[in-house]
Write a protein that binds this ligand. Sequence first.
Ligand code: MG
Length: 252
Amino acid sequence: MKKLVTILIFAMLIFVSNVTIAFAQEPTKPEETEIWEPKPKVVTVDSETKIPLDAIVLFDGANFDEWVTAADSTEVKWILNGDGSMTVKNKTGDIQTKRNFGNIQLHIEWRSSPENTGSNQSKSNSGIFLQNRYEVQVLDNNDNDTYVNGQVGSIYKQSIPLAKASSKTGDWNSYDIIYHKPEFDSEGNKTKSATITVLHNGVLIQDHYEIKGTTEYIGWPKNIAHGDAPIKLQDHGDNSRVSYRNIWVRAL
Ligand code: MG
């Protein structure tokens, strides 16, 4: 009998405490679910250029100060146009930022050339490589089909874009990219994939895609451990004549 009473009291205590917890978990006033601190930092956006003031401007048309030729770190040989843009100079090689980056928000504008009469992968082919390894494809796919995991806005040979949002050939396009770097353990094994979100002219075309590894022309993605690395722009070597302008980045 004594044992039974003890069990009953114990059961009642559990019941009452659960009811109490249930009441404690359900707020009854709006203030209980309001968070006031810490306040997010203030980021002012320039009213003219629309560039956030905490961004690093990588290219504003004035010079190539933030860039080098990728192959040998010599000065950039691409064409500075004088209208705020640059154009790939054929066979002078990819260019890359002097700075290394990890997680970023990147804004970049690009334009295909109406004079480029190539087809498939040879019509204004360039590309933006995050951390020197993971390519967001730049290509003129207006009246120009190619394999869809290699078309404009693809993560090259990995992720087909959700839409083709290209401007008319010769008009400017924008990419807004949110990129989170992959993580590796001390043995060099990947523990977390990189992720990427891309807006093409404001249209969502990559939605938090988990990058499988390097974006290879031939072969499967590779996952060799790496740290922060430059942003690279591609000279595809077939007279692509792709132009770029207004490039800025925010470290996340
Ligand atoms: Mg490319």
